[in-house]
Design a protein around this ligand. Structure first.
Ligand SMILES: Cc1cc2nc3c(=O)[nH]c(=O)nc-3n(C[C@H](O)[C@H](O)[C@H](O)COP(=O)(O)OP(=O)(O)OC[C@H]3O[C@@H](n4cnc5c(N)ncnc54)[C@H](O)[C@@H]3O)c2cc1C
Length: 436
């Protein structure tokens, strides 16, 4: 009989430092083997075979493999459907327990339920922990013990509850002798999974105290080189610990950055408590709006050829580097929903394909905010004026000119829709839809 192992299934938590599930596995008293599955259910759906996220995953798995090799251990990596992989692993290894960090997406919850049932049939425990958020599920509830649906009271409660206990790191470093001693196992390459590299560097995984101190003043100006942290991809894949980051943010005088991490938690809890948002408007009556859904207009928006420079600069930034500044995400999203009257789900899906930091909860929250259908929705009759936004946040057109070098030439298109008319049309369409 082979040695009984504890397996830790890494998913959105690709680090050995301050990892809740890993900590519990290391404390289980059995040798620990980390596992990662390149999930075919997700990867097979990606149209672009040069996908930054897959490239990043491979890079980070290689890093974990090297870190573990230094400790005489390994990471077990498979490419397949999770349920099939677990069937195989339970036949191959003697497993005592499996540890993982909790995931809030509908697909992930169903996946984990199926895997935990399979493991239970074989007498193997499946244990999940909170790791990717500071607070989750029912930790921050309203006075009526119901989930919050508006950010301000949620954030008040969130900040009020925050203390050193919730920000403390799991000291995994103290238990590294618990990793199973084994030779390095083979890890699939990008080519094995039929992907190619983009070959561009990924953002750094740290941020400076200086940025956090000045964040409130810089964060809305997309032309500034370090106006935001660009940590979203690391938070998405757990290559940094949100507790570490929140601790750093909590130590600065200005709490604006910390509040962004609160927004992040907020959208996770919205998705967790109101899973219908994945396909429907949070406010159901917004599903009655009659979108125009003009495909040619959608293509122009995707390509960054609307004739509204701030919108086009944002879309070109997204298409080129797989990331867009938050202020510009708000403007481009609002333009699609309100000016073009295109269903927010189309824009959400396009961002989902392109964003290197794509996260269902924040993306859905951002899109439903822009469409007016979400939790903190701005009233539908408030329509961003893209030119006014550009004057305010990119007064010298530095951001715009960086992404649209042909701005002053004839090849740059005229605005595809006139602002006042589009505003009026949006207000009337929304009004009609909501009155049904
Ligand atoms: C339409 C739309 C779509 C979005 N899609 C995503 C997405 O798919 N993934 C994603 O991580 N964020 C998304 N956001 C939120 C936000 O734009 C990004 O988190 C941010 O631009 C990432 O850059 P940064 O790391 O430099 O952020 P910073 O400004 O440095 O913020 C630090 C961190 O706080 C979190 N954060 C900041 N703003 C928000 C927010 N409004 N909601 C939730 N978390 C936030 C992120 O994890 C971010 O990395 C979206 C916003 C909008 C309006």
């Amino acid at each position: 009989m082979s040695e009984t192992l504890s397996l830790v299934w890494l998913r959105r938590d690709l680090r050995l430092h301050d990892n809740a599930a890993l900590y519990h596995a290391l404390k289980s008293g059995r040798p620990v083997l980390p596992v990662f599955i390149f999930d075919r259910t997700i990867l097979d759906d990606l149209d672009d075979r040069r996908d930054r996220r897959v490239e990043f995953l491979v890079q980070e798995i290689d890093r974990l493999r090297d870190e573990l090799a230094k400790m005489g251990s390994a990471i077990l990596v498979r490419y397949g459907k999770p349920i099939d992989v677990w069937k195989e692993l339970t036949g191959q290894y003697t497993i005592g327990d499996v540890f993982a960090n909790y995931d809030y997406e509908v697909y992930a919850k169903e996946r984990d339920k199926a895997v935990s049932e399979l493991l239970a049939e074989k007498g193997i425990g499946f244990h999940t922990s909170k790791d990717q958020t500071i607070f989750d599920r029912d930790e921050v509830l309203s006075g009526k013990r119901t989930p919050y649906t508006v950010f301000t009271p949620y954030s008040r409660n969130w900040h009020g509850k925050l203390n050193t206990f919730y920000l403390k790191a799991y000291p995994t470093e103290q238990y590294t002798n618990q990793f199973w001693k084994t030779s390095v196992l083979t890890v699939p390459t990008l080519a094995d999974m039929n992907f190619q590299p983009v070959g561009e560097p990924f953002p750094a995984r740290t941020t400076s105290d200086k940025l956090l101190d000045t964040y409130d003043k810089t964060r809305d100006f997309p032309a500034l080189p370090h106006s935001t942290s660009q940590l979203s991809m690391h938070l998405r894949f757990g290559t940094i610990s949100v507790r570490d980051l929140a601790r750093q943010a909590n130590e600065t005088d200005d709490k604006t950055f910390l509040n962004e991490l609160c927004w992040r938690d907020f959208y996770f809890q919205v998705l967790d408590h109101f899973p219908h948002v994945e396909r429907h408007s949070f406010r159901r009556q917004y599903d009655q709006i009659e979108w125009r859904n003009n495909e040619d207009e959608f293509d122009k928006w995707c390509r960054g050829e609307t004739g509204y420079p701030i919108v086009d600069a944002g879309m070109r930034q997204l298409n080129t580097i797989g990331w867009m500044h938050n202020r510009v995400r708000m403007i481009t999203a609002s333009f699609l929903c309100k000016h073009l009257l295109i269903d927010w789900r189309w824009g959400e899906a396009y961002f989902g394909k392109k964003l290197r930091d794509y996260d269902l909860s924040a993306n859905n929250g951002g899109w439903q905010w822009a469409a007016g259908s979400g939790t903190d929705a701005a009233p539908y009759f408030r329509v961003f004026n893209p030119d006014r936004q550009a004057k305010r946040f990119d007064a010298k057109q530095e951001y715009i000119r960086h992404w649209i070098p042909e701005l002053d030439t004839k090849s740059y298109p005229q605005p595809m829709v006139e602002h006042s008319m589009a505003r009026q049309r949006a207000v009337e369409t929304y009004k009609k839809g909501l009155a049904k």
